[in-house]
Design a protein around this ligand. Structure first.
Ligand SMILES: Nc1ncnc2c1ncn2[C@@H]1O[C@H](COP(=O)(O)OP(=O)(O)O)[C@@H](O)[C@H]1O
Ligand SMILES: C[C@@](O)(CCOP(=O)(O)O)CC(=O)O
Ligand SMILES: [Mg+2]
Length: 402
């Protein structure tokens, strides 16, 4: 297999249905294709190691392949996590126990690695992302999709150009990756990261829908973990089942109503806005909002620019604001200024939808370009987000990336 290869996958925003989707309720999410995770697989310096350079979370590690001798050969399955494999991986993760971010990332990597290419050696996996990590924009799913695309390519189970069946395989393995990340994912994040576009997920099946909405994303920089929030909701669901199950099914109804609105007339922003408000209140009632999210909602209302809700698992992270139709741009700029200057939040104005995953073989036909790509993953001089956007993003302009 010619190396290096570059894979990538986008982040997402959930418009309606987070948390409820974990319980089988429908959800609608859209890719944010300019915010992506990129993975470069190249030859390691030592043919007997597997090396990780996950630079955004400052995780660099290498395993001696001799230490893999205790790993059982398993029948790879995208149905459930294999508990024997999980158990046998655990000793390889001993140095990550005190850092949950590193632990989740390394566990997910090893699980997918041993499932798909257990016999390959001498590989380095370098990751860079322009997505904020742990912010509700699906960074976990985008790294899972980038990894499953790369590993399936190395296993020769997919090839360029990616077809429908191959995308499904990537998505199925990324779902297993998300299971390693947080136990009980709905599948909405990995589906959007795989296929791009905007997607309605409805009890395991998905359909692509067309969404074009004026959205602002605000990143509060308040750290939170999807695993923790999903587990808190599970606890509430178990202790107050009759109530919480109805809250979650109400969220499902909101998603379906929003779909009708989006298909009929996506310009009916005020009706969509009402649904955003109700969805946010229901999320607040299951305790996944945050005082800073509430603050952004207050400011949205004060400037009368639109409708704001949390997006993703909540508890901090990001909000989305749907802008009203004839909003005065000056008011939007004042809103953004306050968020940036007074609160030190980041604000992204981004398009929804766009391309999903892809794989590119760097075949040395264009050495200058290949070198620039490799520089994006150098440990010594960390490439800026602008450099990643400038060099890597244009290479990922369709799902086949060839
Ligand atoms: N660029 C990255 N490099 C390494 N690990 C990452 C990266 N992005 C995400 N992750 C993994 O995903 C986890 C965050 O996932 P999660 O809590 O679901 O938040 P979100 O998906 O909303 O960003 C991190 O703990 C880390 O293990
Ligand atoms: C809370 C949830 O609905 C979305 C989580 O998204 P994120 O990891 O916060 O980007 C979980 C899921 O759907 O798997
Ligand atoms: Mg996640």
């Amino acid at each position: 297999m010619p190396l290096p290869i570059l894979t990538s996958a986008p982040g997402k925003v959930i418009l309606f249905g987070e948390h409820a989707a974990v319980y089988g309720e429908p959800a609608i999410a859209a890719a944010v294709s300019s915010l992506r995770t990129y993975l470069l697989v190249s030859n390691a310096n030592d043919p007997n190691i597997i090396q990780l350079d996950f630079l955004d979370i400052k995780l660099t590690h290498q395993w001696e392949c001799n230490d893999f001798s205790t790993i059982p050969t398993i029948q790879p399955s995208t149905k459930e996590l294999d508990s024997t494999l999980l158990k046998s991986i655990d000793p390889l993760l001993s140095s990550f126990k005190s850092n949950p971010l590193h632990h989740q990332a390394a566990l997910t990597f090893l699980y997918l690695f041993f499932s798909l290419i257990p016999n390959l050696k001498g590989l380095k996996f370098s990751v860079r992302s322009t997505l904020p990590v742990g912010a509700g924009l699906g960074s976990s799913a985008s790294i899972c999709v980038s990894l499953s695309t790369a590993l399936l390519h190395l296993a020769k189970l997919i090839s360029i150009p990616l077809n429908k069946a191959q995308l499904k395989l990537i998505n199925d393995w990324a779902f297993i990756g998300e299971k390693c990340m947080h136990g009980n994912p709905s599948g909405i994040d990995n589906t959007v990261a795989t296929y791009g576009n905007s997607i309605l997920l409805n009890s395991q099946s998905h359909e692509i829908i067309d969404i074009d909405l004026p959205i602002l994303l605000t990143y509060t920089k308040i750290p939170r973990s999807t695993k923790q929030l999903v587990s808190n909701v599970r606890h509430m669901y178990n202790s107050h089942h009759a109530i919480v199950s109805k809250i979650l099914s109400s969220i499902g109804h909101i998603t379906l109503e929003s779909k009708d609105l989006l298909l009929a007339d996506a310009s009916d922003i005020d009706s969509l806005g009402e649904l955003i408000n109700i969805n946010q209140h229901l999320l607040q009632s299951i305790n996944v909002s945050h005082p800073m999210i509430e603050k952004i909602i207050k400011l949205t209302n004060q400037f009368q620019i639109g409708y704001t809700k949390l997006t993703g698992a909540g508890g901090g992270g990001c909000t989305l604001t749907l802008l009203k139709k004839d909003v005065d741009r000056k008011d939007v700029d004042r809103f953004i200024n306050i968020l940036k200057k007074d609160y030190n939040f980041d604000v992204f104005e981004t398009n929804l939808g766009g391309f999903g995953t892809g794989v590119l073989e760097l075949d040395n036909k264009n050495k200058e370009l290949d070198d620039r790509v490799k520089q994006c993953f150098e440990i010594k001089s960390l490439a800026s987000r602008e450099q990643l956007d400038q060099i890597l993003l244009p290479l990922c302009n369709n799902t086949t990336l060839n």
